[in-house]
Design a protein around this ligand. Sequence first.
Ligand code: NAD
Length: 249
Amino acid sequence: MIDFSNKNVIVTGGASGIGKAVVEGIVAGGGHAIIFDINEESERQVQKELGKDKVSIYKVNLMDTEEIAKTIERVYSELKNIDVVINNAGIVSTKPFEEIDQKEWDKVIAINLTSVYAMTHAVFAKMKAAGNGRIVNIASVAAKRGGGLLGTSAYAASKAGVIGLTKAVAREGAAYGVACNAVCPSYTLTPMTALMDDAKKEKILSTIPLKRGADPKEIANVILFYASDLASFVTGEISDVDGGVTMDG
Ligand SMILES: NC(=O)c1ccc[n+]([C@@H]2O[C@H](COP(=O)([O-])OP(=O)(O)OC[C@H]3O[C@@H](n4cnc5c(N)ncnc54)[C@H](O)[C@@H]3O)[C@@H](O)[C@H]2O)c1
């Protein structure tokens, strides 16, 4: 368990999968989790499981940057402070490059990359003024490999953008106590991957040295580390949590 006492932590996509496991970890560590998700029913379910005093929920469509900015303002007026933002929400795109039309491209970039810009932009000045803030972004092994395991070109490009944005925000935030790091999962057992057929699952497993998919908690453990004061001397780090798929320098 990692200590999150007296911390307000926003988790986008916190109603499902990896995000839900992160929310559980924050609450277990004594923190207050704030879920931004489009799926209100699932948000309510998580809040019911963990307690209204420990989890706040906001229905947000992360495709809409104005809605993001307005909701962040609401959080500041209702909870006063935001200590950590975990940009976890994402969608996958699996079509071959030639079949991806601009509508799909724009949607994937909006949810997976532009929302990370908008969320970070909405908190950055206040974190800077406070001299303290942590941002954790969820990229993917697809960013480094050009896709191929789960997602294809639009997904890989959006997640590679997340890595570049992470390093740029880390560079600009460092002098003001604002840290920004990213985590790159590989195949994780969540609703995002549940519908994959067995042949694809087998193909993916054959590329993972650990020969299995991750439990969402195994990804959340590393996210929670970067979200916490344990990572006080780490910024701009891109961390593979991938069962040994990447093994880069
Ligand atoms: N599952 C994997 O194998 C895997 C691998 C690598 C990276 N990732 C990344 O990890 C993150 C979490 O993935 P997951 O597997 O837990 O996914 P998931 O599908 O289980 O959960 C995603 C959550 O994001 C929310 N969301 C989607 N679109 C939204 C929108 N427009 N506005 C607000 N909320 C929205 C969904 O409602 C859902 O609660 C994603 O960024 C994903 O790309 C997942």
